[in-house]
Design a protein around this ligand. Structure first.
Ligand code: ADP
Ligand code: ASP
Ligand code: MG
Length: 431
C-alpha cells in the first residue's frame, strides 16, 4: 500500500541534512513510496526577496540575490557529489537561468502571477538535488514534476485544487517499479500549464492531495519536532506531545496557529480516513503523533496556540449607525477581496473588531479602503493567544499582568489578544 512522506525545508537545509534524509529513506524499503519535498532551508523566503527585487528598480540587488541562490545550491551539489558534481550542477544552473528568464518575462505582470511563475522554483531545485542524491546512494528514484500532477485553478498564490483532474493525472504515480517517486510540494499548475502555488507552508497540503487522490495507506510528515504538541515546544517550556488526536481536533489546532501542520492538510485525509503521522527526522526512535479517526484523547490536555505580529482593526460606521449585518458584510467582503484572514472577529453594536496577520502588502490597501468609509483605529505588534479546552483558572493565569485588547470564547475555544511587548519569549502552561 502506498505511503506518502513529506520533508520540509529544515530536513534538507544543507548537504549533511540531505545525507541524513538518504539514510532515513534507506530504512523504509516498502514501495510504493512517494516523497514530497519543500524548498531547501529558507529558500522560499529568499525567492520572495528576489521577487521584490525583480519588481523594484535596483537591478544590482536582484543580481546579487540571484547569484546567492545559485551559489548556495551549487555549494550543496559540490559538497554532496564532489568530483561527480557536473551533471547535477548543470541542472541546477539551468533552473536558475530559467528563474532569471521568468523574472524578466513576468516582472510587469500582476504580482500573484509573477510570484507563482518564480517562487515555486525552490522546490524544483531541491527535488532535483534530492532525487540525484538518492540515485547516488543506490536508492532508485523517479523525479516527477508536480506541475504535471496537481491541477489547480488560476487563483495565484492560493490556488484551488481540481480534484478530478488531479486524480486523473496521478493515476500512475504509485505504480510499483521499486523506485521512490520524488516530487515538489507547494506547487501545481493550471490545466493550461501556468505554474501555481498553494500558499506558504503548503507542502504538507501537497502530500495530502496526492495521498487523497491515490487512496494512500498513510502520510508521514517528517519535522524538526517529535510530533504534534499541545503548544509549540519551542515557545512553551512544558508543552507535551499529543499521541493520538482526531482530524477535527487537529484541524482546530492548525487553523488557530499550530504551524506544524498546514491547516488545509487534514480535510482531504479525513475524507478518505488516511492517518497522518507527525515524526521527527532527527530521532527515528521517537514515536511521533498520529492524527486519525480516534477521538478518545481529544481535550485531555488543554492546547495553546500563539500568533504573533497581529494587527487589531476596530471599524466603526461614520454616521453613528449600527454595525449591522449589511455593514459587516461590506467590511468582511473587503477583507476577502484583500486576501486576508482574520484570526478573531468580534462585533459590537457600533464596532467590528478584526485581528489580522500582518502581511503589509495586503493589510495597507485594506486599511486605506476601510478608512474612506469608516472610522478605523489600529494597533500593531500584538499576540493572539488561543486556548482549546482551557478552564477559567488557566485563562486567568495566561492573562495575568497583560492588557486584553480583544477576546472571544465558545464552549471549547478561548482567544485573547495581548500587546506582544507584555508577552514572554518563553511561555509556561499553568498546571
Ligand atoms: P516544515 O518546514 O517541515 O513544514 P515547520 O517549520 O512548518 O516545518 O513546522 C515545524 C515547527 O512547527 C516546529 O519547529 C515548531 O516550532 C512549530 N510548531 C508550532 N506549533 C507546534 C505544535 N503544536 N506542535 C509541534 N510543533 C509546533
Ligand atoms: N517552500 C514553501 C514555503 O516555505 C512550502 C513549504 O515549505 O511548505 O512556504
Ligand atoms: Mg511547514
Amino acid at each position: 500500500m502506498t505511503q506518502v512522506f513529506k520533508f520540509g525545508g529544515a530536513s534538507i537545509r544543507d548537504a549533511a541534512a540531505i545525507r541524513r534524509l538518504g539514510e532515513l529513506l534507506a530504512r523504509f524499503p516498502e514501495r510504493p513510496l512517494i516523497v514530497v519535498v519543500s524548498a531547501m532551508g529558507k529558500t522560499t523566503n529568499a525567492l520572495e526577496a528576489l521577487l521584490a527585487a525583480a519588481r523594484g528598480s535596483d537591478d544590482a540587488d536582484y543580481r546579487e540575490r540571484l547569484a546567492a541562490l545559485r551559489r548556495d545550491h551549487l555549494a550543496t551539489v559540490k559538497a554532496l557529489f564532489g568530483e561527480r558534481a557536473d551533471p547535477v550542477a548543470g541542472r541546477i544552473e539551468a533552473l536558475i537561468d530559467e528563474l532569471d528568464r521568468r523574472h524578466r518575462a513576468h516582472a510587469h505582470r500582476e504580482r500573484p502571477f509573477h510570484y507563482d511563475q518564480t517562487v515555486g522554483i525552490g522546490e524544483l531545485l531541491s527535488t532535483t538535488l534530492v532525487a540525484a542524491w538518492l540515485d547516488e546512494i543506490g536508492l532508485a528514484s523517479e523525479w516527477r514534476d508536480a506541475r504535471d500532477l496537481i491541477v489547480t485553478d488560476d487563483r495565484y498564490q492560493a490556488a484551488n485544487v481540481d480534484w478530478t483532474a488531479t486524480a486523473e493525472r496521478v493515476r500512475d504515480l504509485d505504480s510499483d517499479d521499486g523506485r521512490i517517486r520524488v516530487t515538489q510540494g507547494f506547487t501545481g499548475a493550471t490545466a493550461e500549464g501556468a505554474s501555481t502555488t498553494l500558499g506558504r507552508e503548503g507542502s504538507d497540503y501537497s502530500a495530502a492531495i496526492l495521498a487523497h487522490c491515490l487512496g494512500a495507506e498513510g502520510v508521514t510528515i517528517w519535522k524538526d519536532v517529535p510530533g504534534l504538541f499541545n503548544a509549540d515546544p519551542r515557545r512553551v517550556d512544558n508543552a507535551v506531545r499529543l499521541e493520538r488526536i482526531s482530524y477535527d481536533e487537529a484541524i482546530e489546532l492548525a487553523w488557530h496557529g499550530a504551524k506544524v501542520i498546514h491547516p488545509k492538510t487534514l480535510a482531504p485525509l479525513r475524507q478518505r480516513a488516511i492517518p497522518l503521522t507527525v515524526r521527527s527526522f532527527q530521532d527515528l526512535a521517537a514515536p511521533g503523533s498520529t492524527i486519525g479517526d480516534d477521538a478518545r484523547r481529544d481535550g485531555e490536555v488543554p492546547a495553546l496556540m500563539l500568533c504573533e505580529a497581529q494587527t487589531l482593526l476596530e471599524v466603526r460606521p461614520r454616521d453613528l449607525a449600527f454595525m449591522d449585518e449589511a455593514r459587516q458584510h461590506d467590511v468582511l467582503g473587503r477583507l476577502v477581496a484583500a486576501g486576508l484572514h482574520a484570526g478573531l472577529i468580534d462585533a459590537g453594536a457600533m464596532r467590528l473588531s478584526l485581528v489580522l496577520d500582518g502581511h503589509p502588502e495586503r493589510l495597507e490597501p485594506l486599511v486605506a479602503s476601510l478608512a474612506t468609509d469608516y472610522g478605523v483605529t489600529r494597533r500593531d505588534d500584538l499576540t493572539l493567544v488561543t486556548v482549546r479546552h482551557g478552564d477559567d483558572a488557566l485563562l486567568r493565569a495566561l492573562g495575568a499582568g497583560r492588557d486584553c485588547l480583544a477576546e472571544r470564547r465558545n464552549a471549547d475555544t478561548a482567544q485573547r489578544l495581548f500587546p506582544s511587548a507584555q508577552c514572554p519569549a518563553t511561555w509556561h502552561l499553568p498546571d
